[in-house]
Write a protein that binds this ligand. Structure first.
Ligand SMILES: Cc1cc2nc3c(=O)[nH]c(=O)nc-3n(C[C@H](O)[C@H](O)[C@H](O)COP(=O)(O)OP(=O)(O)OC[C@H]3O[C@@H](n4cnc5c(N)ncnc54)[C@H](O)[C@@H]3O)c2cc1C
Length: 432
């Protein structure tokens, strides 16, 4: 595909788009489609803001382009199976179901593939702030996204040395980082004074301090600009002569549409059979503990690399969490993992107050190569696919929305979207 700009005619008044899923990706698609002049209906069973990103770390992690499948991962798998307290865990019962996903994931754990994936992801993350700007400008609250860099700390110099190759790659892709010593860490983040002597600062990341409120504010802006949000679960996409004609909800209600966008996070899997595809989309759990009155002031989001979790100062309190857990799709959350994180966090910040703590879990919609799908369905050409954003959905919401709006409007997007094609997972004869 040759990247180019072209002017598409304004949509006819009758052209209506349904966006399935009102999480961060869905609401950003809805807002960008609305800006094109479409009548947009956003459908989600949950209240605005009650989606996966509510329990995210709130980071605009623009340089987090290195995939999860870092080399050496194969050696770590036995450890994950044995140590359910580690930052990465694989519940033994999940192994058979997740094996095909895992094999594709391991195939990405090569240096050349890591570089290629990082380059592809950077083509998206370089546009994050310019893509969010018009959406945030339309919201009355101008503090939704803060200019707050993120700090990463390590137990020893080896942690930092281990990151050297990734830092080089990030630098080559145009992202900034600064090495921090003990004094610089203490200066930036007094709560960590004397506790870490090796760290990194990512000056080009920003942060959202109210993840639920962020999505709720974008949704409110969408409604105030004439959009409709319906509380309901889409059961199927209706079809007429190889075209989507709308959707039917679980309640039996039907909504007609000229275009449909699937942006339902892990819930997008429900539509794969109908689309005639089997995209390997897994839901990878991350746990959080929220301390409403932590008793310790943490100023920045701090990634504790060796612990595999993050301290995120939020408007609701101090959130501590992260971790990666591979479990079966219908497995109950294991909140013991959140307690394990809390235990580790208290070793670093012994003054933490635990009154009224709240636990949360989110399922990151992950594809084995860590890249999202941003594409058009090959079977129903007026259905668009926007899911699989893994650990970067909050970061990539607006950029995905802009690109989906380009495709719906019939414009060639300004960048090559082949790396984000659904067909990259097709076996011979398969299509998405
Ligand atoms: C612990 C943790 C930390 C994270 N930290 C960060 C971070 O710092 N930065 C970052 O960028 N990302 C982060 N993420 C990742 C981010 O949260 C996800 O990538 C993002 O939420 C995915 O957004 P989404 O809109 O695609 O899916 P979701 O947020 O899951 O939203 C999908 C929506 O679709 C709805 N839905 C599902 N099925 C249907 C249906 N049939 N009909 C109608 N609606 C349906 C659901 O109710 C849901 O509201 C983190 C995730 C976790 C778990």
């Amino acid at each position: 595909m040759t990247p180019q700009h072209s002017v598409a005619p304004a949509p006819a008044l009758a052209e209506k788009v349904i966006v399935i899923g009102g999480g961060i990706v869905g609401v950003c698609c809805a807002l960008y489609l609305q800006r094109e002049g479409y009548g947009v209906t956003l459908i989600d069973p949950a209240a605005a803001g009650d989606s996966t990103a509510k329990w995210s770390c709130g980071q605009m992690a623009v340089s987090e382009v290195i995939p999860l499948s870092k080399p050496g991962i194969l050696k770590k798998i036995p450890g994950w199976l044995l140590d359910q307290k580690g930052p990465l865990a694989l519940r033994p019962g999940a192994l058979p179901g997740i094996l095909p996903w895992f094999l594709r994931f391991l195939a990405c754990a090569r240096h050349s593939k890591i570089v290629e994936i990082s380059e592809h992801m950077a083509t998206l993350t370089h546009h994050v702030y310019e893509d969010y700007a018009p959406l945030l400008a339309a919201c009355p609250d101008k503090t939704l996204m803060g200019e707050r860099p993120i700090i990463e700390v390590f137990d020893s110099p080896s942690g930092l040395e281990h990151e050297a190759a990734h830092l080089e790659l990030r630098k080559a892709l145009g992202f900034k980082s600064e090495v921090l010593d003990r004094a610089a860490i203490a200066d930036l983040e007094p709560s960590l004074a004397g506790k870490f002597s090796h760290g990194l600062l990512f000056p080009d990341w920003r942060a959202v301090s109210d993840t639920k409120g962020f999505i709720a504010a974008l949704t409110q802006s969408f409604i105030e600009q004439g959009g409709t949000r319906v509380r309901g679960q889409v059961k199927r996409i209706d079809e007429v002569a190889d075209h989507a004609s709308g959707v039917t909800l679980g309640s039996g209600e039907r909504y007609a549409a000229s275009h449909v966008v699937i942006a339902a996070g892990t819930g997008s899997r429900q539509f794969f059979d109908q689309m005639g595809t089997q995209i390997p989309l897994a839901g990878i759990a991350g746990y959080q503990v929220l301390l409403p009155s932590p008793g310790v002031e943490v100023r920045h989001s701090v990634i504790y690399a060796d612990g595999g979790f993050c301290f995120s100062p939020m408007t609701r309190g101090l959130q501590i969490g992260g971790t990666i857990e591979f479990a079966s799709p219908n497995a109950e959350p294991n909140f013991k993992r959140a307690d394990i994180i809390l235990e580790k966090a208290r070793k670093i910040l012994p003054g933490l107050q635990l009154d009224n703590i709240e636990y949360g879990v989110g399922y990151r919609p992950f594809l084995p190569d860590t890249k999202p799908v941003i594409d058009r369905s090959a079977r129903l050409s007026n259905v668009f696919l926007a899911f699989g954003h893994g650990q970067l959905g909050l970061t990539l919401g607006a950029t995905t929305g802009r690109l989906i709006a380009d495709m719906v409007a019939g414009r060639a997007p300004a960048q090559d979207l082949t790396p984000f094609s659904a067909k990259r997972f097709a076996l011979v004869g398969g299509h998405a």
